[in-house]
Design a protein around this ligand. Structure first.
Ligand code: TYD
Length: 205
């Protein structure tokens, strides 16, 4: 059976991990091997990079972009590609589109440059499906819990630019990226995700 690669994207607190867990459970009920993972993180090196980039000292924007790309390169080479090669379903909480939106749009490094860097880092691997959970950043404070990390502290304009970059990217890649309203009830979103996945499974056989 061919592997399947699906990413969940969206602003902080948009409910990605809840939806990812729901979809993982559904795939497991179908008897598929499922690997759930996340960026930054997902590997031992990735967890260290995650701590550095989210909770370390202030970083120059290029350094930040390179750290996310480093995490992604290692994640893809050591975890994602091997899992896909043995036919697993890989569900990741964030992937390359996050860098394009946060470092490209949010930090202003431009989408094209950041995409190019990251496509090189992962040797061209893109998900078959990306679920973008779109949320108005104004709804953020109500949803976030715990102490904010470096990115969450970046301010409302940064988050508005990030959201716009995500939506622009979705418009440019309509075959891969589906946009769902993250403010909808969890169950409704889960049904929409599943219907997109079922369509993908029919398409890919
Ligand atoms: P994440 O753990 O998904 O945070 P949350 O659960 O709050 O959504 O991601 C951590 C932060 O890292 C988040 O603010 C987005 C940011 N990020 C980037 O800026 N670029 C990237 O490439 C990735 C993967 C994440």
């Amino acid at each position: 059976m061919a592997g399947l690669f699906i990413s969940f994207e969206g602003g902080d607190g948009a409910g990605k991990s809840t939806q990812l867990a729901r979809l993982a459970q559904w795939f497991r009920e179908q008897g598929r091997e499922v690997v759930t993972t996340r960026e930054p993180g997902g590997t031992a090196l990735g967890d260290q990079l995650r701590t550095l980039v989210l909770h370390g000292e202030d970083l120059d924007e290029r350094t930040e972009a390179l750290l996310y790309a480093t995490d992604r390169a290692h994640h893809v080479a050591t975890l994602v590609r091997p899992a896909l090669a043995r036919g697993a379903v890989v569900l990741t909480d964030r992937y390359l589109d996050s860098s394009v939106a946060y470092q490209g749009g949010g930090r202003g490094l431009t989408a094209e440059r950041v995409e190019e860097l990251n496509l090189w880092a992962v040797d061209g691997l893109l998900p078959e499906l990306t679920v973008l959970l779109d949320l108005d950043p104004a709804q953020l404070p109500a949803r976030l819990t715990g102490a904010p990390d470096r990115l969450e502290r970046a301010g409302s304009q940064f988050h508005a630019r990030t959201r716009a970059a995500f939506l622009e990217r979705a418009a440019a890649h309509p075959d891969r990226i589906v946009v769902l309203d993250a403010a909808a009830p969890v169950e409704e979103i889960a049904l929409q995700v599943r219907s997109h996945v079922e369509r993908l499974l029919v398409r890919t056989g």
